[in-house]
Each structure stands twice: as C-alpha cells, then as structure tokens.
Design a protein around this ligand. Sequence first.
Ligand code: 13P
Ligand code: SF4
Length: 343
Amino acid sequence: MTYEQLLAHMRAKLQHIAPDFEIEYKAKIAHEINQLKQERNAVILGHNYMEPALFHSVPDYTGDSLELSRRAAQTDADIIIFCGVEFMAETAKILNPNKTVLIPSQKAGCSLAASITAADVRQLKAQFPGVPVVTYINTYADVKAETDICCTSGNARAVVESLQADTIIFLPDEYLARNVAMETGKHIIFPTKNGKKADTTLDVQMIGWHGRCEVHEKFTVADIQAVRHDHPGTLILAHPECSPEVVAASDFSGSTTALIRFVEQTDASSYLLLTECAMGDNIMAANPEKEMLRLCSVRCPHMNQIRLEDTRNALRYTQYEVHVPEEIRVRALRSVERMLAIG
Ligand code: 13P
Ligand code: SF4
C-alpha cells in the first residue's frame, strides 16, 4: 500500500474521532512501520484495545487473546511484533520458540497476570491433589507451566466443560471464575480470600483465586443504572472480567471480539461499553452510525503503553525481545496447545 492509500484508509476510519493533522502525523509513522515490516518479514498482531490509529493501520491481524494466539500459532514470519501486553507476547513466544517475538514496551503488564505466582499454583495443587487446573491466558509462562489447560474470555466455559471434571481449579481472575461458575452451575470457593481460610470440606466444584482486572473491577451496577436512566434504549456490553453483578445487569457479555461482533450484528443506535475505552473508539471508527458510550476515566495503563511510535522503534531497533526459559516454555506449551485444540 502506498503512503497515499494508507492515508486515505486511515482518514476513512478515523475522520470522526481525530483531527486531520493527527491522522497525517500517524499515517507517516504507520507507513514507515509497514515498510520495515516488509523488509524484515515481520507480522504485527494487534489486540482490540490498541489505540485507533494503530488498530486501523499496521496490524496484519487484530482480535481478542484467543484469535491472536491462533494467529501466532500459524504465522511463518521471522519476527512477531505483539501490540498487546506482555502475557500475550509471551504466549506467542511459547508457540514460536525459534522466532523473534517483540513487544513494543516493557511496561505493558497486567494486574491479573501479576496476581498469582507459580508457587501459588503449586500450593493449590498440593491442597487439592488431582484437581485439574485451568488458568486464564492473562498469566505469565511459569504459571501456565504449572497448569493443565489455558482458557481465554472467549472459550472459558468450553474449556471448563471439556474437562468433564467434578471439581476444577480456575485461576486467577475472581470475577471471570464467578461468571463461569454461574454459567456452568458450579459452586465456587476461594480458599485464601482476604487471608481467611474457607471451608474446603463442603461440596466444592470450582476453586478460584483473588486476582482482579484493575480496569473491569471498577465498573459498577450504579454506572449501568445511570446510563439506562440518562440514555434509554442503550445496550450495555460487559467483558466477563467485570463482576457477576455487573454482567447480570448488562445486556450482553463476551470477549472483546464478541463485544465488537455484537455491535456489528445488532441495530441499536447506542451502546455502553464496559471494557477498555480505546476499544469504543475502534468500534466507532468502523461503525460511525453507532454511538459508543464509554467510561474513559477507567483505562488500562498497560495496553496504553503501546503506540505507533513504540511499534516503529520495536522494528527499527529489534526491541524488546521476549524470552521464555525452555524448561518453562515446553510445559506452558502443553496447556496453551490443549486450549487451542478446543474448537
Ligand atoms: P480478550 O481476550 O477478551 O481480548 O481480553 C483480554 C483482556 O485483557 C481483557 O482485559
Ligand atoms: Fe490486564 Fe485488565 Fe489491562 Fe486486560 S484490561 S490487560 S486484564 S489490566
């Protein structure tokens, strides 16, 4: 694509949400990235939360964690640039040990991934011997290495049901676990919540952890009620990292891609998006006739580290390379591949 074609494409997508001088500035960087990408045989994977100018310009593939893991498993590029957070880039490295995997910022963590260690998982396994462990993909490689199977927000229920186990350990997101427990009709306990020990002799079908997403935990039922009052007819969309109360008060809950598809496939004129605010910009850019209400005072500080400028530097200077020790990688790979094998 020439610079002029790229600028025209970005103008078409971004004209309702950014001034033209900003689009031109971003298009110049995006063009340079696309040239470097070709020269270096690189592929760019972009999470749905990326800023609109990035999301609508340089990624070869965009999507939720599950879709991008599948793309990472299939690529034949030499370099994978992951425009997302560290656990996502790590998953790409787990699947591609012989490729160079780069993340454009070293500050793109995740409060869920930081909420649990491999030692925590080993302790739970000792406490509940033989109980299969499902971990959310929002964890680091050493945690994945201790677990039986991964899941994402897009397939959590399918993964849990695939195990056909009476009891499972589901880590580390308390709210996703509660939402999946609700969907699958399982009784859930949290053995170490707030330092207190729960009674684990009861009929327990799911054992959770106390991790939370620092973004989604902030949305409340009161936010939903206020929007329903002020904007009647608005459909409320919540990511399953929101509390079960928020999910129950919403009209639809699903992975980031499921939320995008819901907007595309329904004909309401207004939606409230209870997830990272940038995704609302991306949806509005693609669906200018729809109004996306967002609570942008709540942002993911990690996803917002990744901009076009950082992505260009990643390609220019081959930074920042993701490494996973081989002994951990091979064990983590089993739990990622088991997940990918589920449709
Ligand atoms: P998705 O897999 O739904 O894209 O979610 C990733 C995430 O980090 C949400 O906060
Ligand atoms: Fe992690 Fe929450 Fe940010 Fe997603 S939105 S990357 S779960 S901190």
